[in-house]
Design a protein around this ligand. Structure first.
Ligand code: IMP
Ligand code: MG
Length: 185
């Protein structure tokens, strides 16, 4: 049977694989061990920044061998396609009091740094026992505001990427690896 035109279109946009599923899983295993050691049984709250971090967080929490709770915040910083709006909108706030926890913000990617800079100071003001930032990807050269994560699994060049939670116009989050997005095809 012939493929539906929209399936063909969808597949055409998936570019070169930048990070394989195996590489991601290996790095997550290491990060999980690091986080487990760092807190040594103290109460951890993983805060996932939706939507992009949902896949990463699901794997990271299972790589942590310590009492760990999860919570989510939903922010929107990209309005359409591959262009950043520069603004950070809190679409859904946390439903927990962070002051009882060692908080680990879990992000999919740091690009300009605006989202995390904003979220970091917002959560810091709520007095967590400690505050750490872990990101799956870091596009360092794109930084507009200064922000350095505590743990970064992969540094990537200035490509727009999709997969493993990351989207373009809400699609491709379900790929199990990170690929370049073919913008001009
Ligand atoms: P920042 O505020 O510019 O650091 O943007 C961070 C957010 O932009 C991330 O949480 C992603 O949702 C989105 N983003 C940045 N770069 C990419 C990319 O290459 N692919 C998909 N989303 C991206
Ligand atoms: Mg995100």
């Amino acid at each position: 049977m012939e493929k539906h035109a929209s399936q063909v279109e969808y597949e055409k946009k998936i570019g070169k694989t930048l990070i394989t599923e195996e590489q991601i899983q290996q790095a997550i295993k290491k990060a999980g061990e690091k986080i487990s050691k760092l807190y040594d049984g103290r109460p951890i709250l993983l805060i996932g920044i939706l939507k992009g971090s949902f896949v990463f967080m699901a794997d990271l929490c299972r790589a942590i061998n310590a009492p760990c709770e999860v919570a989510f915040m939903c922010v929107k910083s990209y309005f359409s396609g591959t262009e950043s709006s520069g603004k950070v909108n809190i679409v859904m706030d946390l439903d927990v009091d962070v002051s009882k926890y060692h908080v680990v913000i879990t992000e999919d990617i740091i690009d300009t740094g605006r989202t995390l800079k904003h979220l970091y100071s917002m959560i810091k003001e709520r007095n967590p026992l400690s505050l750490t930032v872990v990101t799956l990807l870091d596009k360092k050269e794109r930084r507009v505001v200064e922000f350095t994560p505590d743990i970064s699994l992969f540094e990537i060049p200035d490509y727009f990427v999709i997969g493993y939670g990351l989207d373009c116009d809400e699609k491709y989050r379900n790929l199990s690896y990170i690929a370049e997005y073919n913008q001009n095809i």
